[in-house]
Structure formats: C-alpha cells, structure tokens
Design a binder for this molecule. Structure first.
Ligand SMILES: *[C@@H]1O[C@H](CO)[C@@H](O)[C@H](O)[C@H]1NC(C)=O
Ligand SMILES: *[C@@H]1O[C@H](CO)[C@@H](O)[C@H](O)[C@H]1NC(C)=O
Length: 214
C-alpha cells in the first residue's frame, strides 16, 4: 500500500514493504557502479568535516571505472565561496572493493553496498596527521531515495559509531530542518527551507571551475 499526502510542505509517505532489491555487498562489478550518482546523505564522526566549510562536504556527479581498475570520481565542492568541480583518481588496492586516494591527507575508500541501478553506500577512512575521520555517503541514481533507505543508512552509520545528528541531508541541502515522525506505519516529513549551498544545484553546470584533488 502506498499513500501520499501533499499539503503545504507536509509530506506523508508510507514505507514500501516487501520491496526487492538486488543488493550486492562483495565482488562488486565496478563497470556497473560507473555512471551518474547523486549524494543523498553524508555522515561523519567529525561533523565539521561535512559542514559548510568542511573538506569532505561534496556533491557527487559521477564515478567512472577506468581500464586500469582505478576510479575517476567527479564531485562538486564549495571552494572559496564558489562551486568548483573536483576530479579525483582512486587507485585500486589489493583488497577487493577498497581504493586509495590522497586528499586532505590519505584516504581509504570502501564500497560498502550497492544496488547498481538504485543506490551505493561508500565508507571512507581519512587519515591526516595521526587523526582518523570516518565519512559515509549514501548515493543514488535518482535525486532522492525512500525514507526506508535513509533509515537503513542511519543504522549503518550507527554500526560505525556515527550518531544520527551527524547525518546531513545533501539532497535537500537548502533544507534547514527535517523532522520525521512515524504515524501508523507512515512517515511524516516536515521541511523548513533555509540557506542553499551553492553546490546543491551545480549538477551538470559547466560554469563550475575545474579543480583537481590530486
Ligand atoms: C560487469 O558488468 C558489465 C556491464 O554490465 C558486463 O558486461 C560484465 O560482463 C560484468 N562482469 C562480470 C564479471 O560479471
Ligand atoms: C589509471 O589511469 C589514470 C588515468 O590515465 C591515471 O591517472 C592513474 O594513475 C592510473 N592508475 C594506476 C594505478 O596506474
């Protein structure tokens, strides 16, 4: 059953029960991960890293598996108040589904989970001067995912010791406050708009300045 109620910024969405996903958690086919992705949720145990001025606050544009098994990742990132395009090459490590990239120190990027046509969960361990920071991201092929999927991501963050308060909604980056209440199996979402991140609508804009993470 699906019930949708739209009324002056109030949305009532029922959880989709019994949805079948082809979830992959190992032996990833990287050519199936290639393509466009949208950053939906971003989380970190060091919240400043993903807030307005944070080095890890990025809006994903695309991932491309290269012939030499490296990954080409294109993101948008606010640099000096403007939205810039950031290109990174992540090299494959000997571990399956684990990549390395230098940016703000050294990073190990893990592909955690994927449903190739729907969503992708990434886990990143950043090391900078003995300090370690965890960053997790929920990416999707479409600009949004189900509330159920977001709840699942919250659980995964909890497993890594990242609290719910440290999860940012990037798909609604201009949204200041998001409240969820469960009412008879349905989720009531109240959105209050506030300031927008210049990168939240940068997708596909060729005006964004190119910049390399290398
Ligand atoms: C990976 O995916 C590509 C594109 O869908 C496909 O052609 C290829 O056979 C797959 N490789 C494996 C090992 O399944
Ligand atoms: C793979 O190719 C890319 C683009 O040519 C290059 O930047 C990267 O360093 C290569 N990776 C490895 C491991 O050689």
């Amino acid at each position: 059953m699906k019930l949708l109620l739209l009324c002056l910024g109030l949305t009532l969405v029922c959880a989709h029960h019994g949805e079948n996903h082809d979830v992959v958690t190992s032996n990833f086919n990287m050519s199936k991960i290639s393509g466009e992705w949208h950053t939906i949720l971003l989380a970190s145990d060091v919240k400043e890293k993903i807030e307005e001025q944070g080095s890890m606050r990025m809006f994903m544009e695309s991932i491309q598996a290269l012939d030499n098994s490296s990954l080409l990742i294109i993101c948008h990132k606010k640099i000096n108040g403007e939205c810039a395009e950031l290109t990174s090459i992540c090299d494959e490590t000997e571990e399956e589904g684990v990549y390395s990239v230098s940016y703000d120190g050294y990073n190990k990027l893990y592909i955690s989970e994927a449903d190739y046509n729907d969503y992708l969960i990434l886990y990143l361990m950043n090391s900078n001067k003995q300090k370690k920071t965890q960053v997790t991201a929920l990416l999707a092929r479409k600009p949004d995912v189900s509330t159920q999927m977001k709840k699942r991501f919250e659980e995964l963050c909890k497993d890594h010791g990242i609290p719910k308060e440290n999860i940012l909604d990037m798909a609604n980056a201009k949204t200041h406050l998001v409240s969820l209440w469960e009412i008879r199996g349905c989720w009531l979402t109240v959105l209050c708009s506030a300031s927008a991140d210049p990168c939240s609508h940068a997708r596909g804009s060729h005006g964004a300045q190119a910049s390399s993470a290398q």
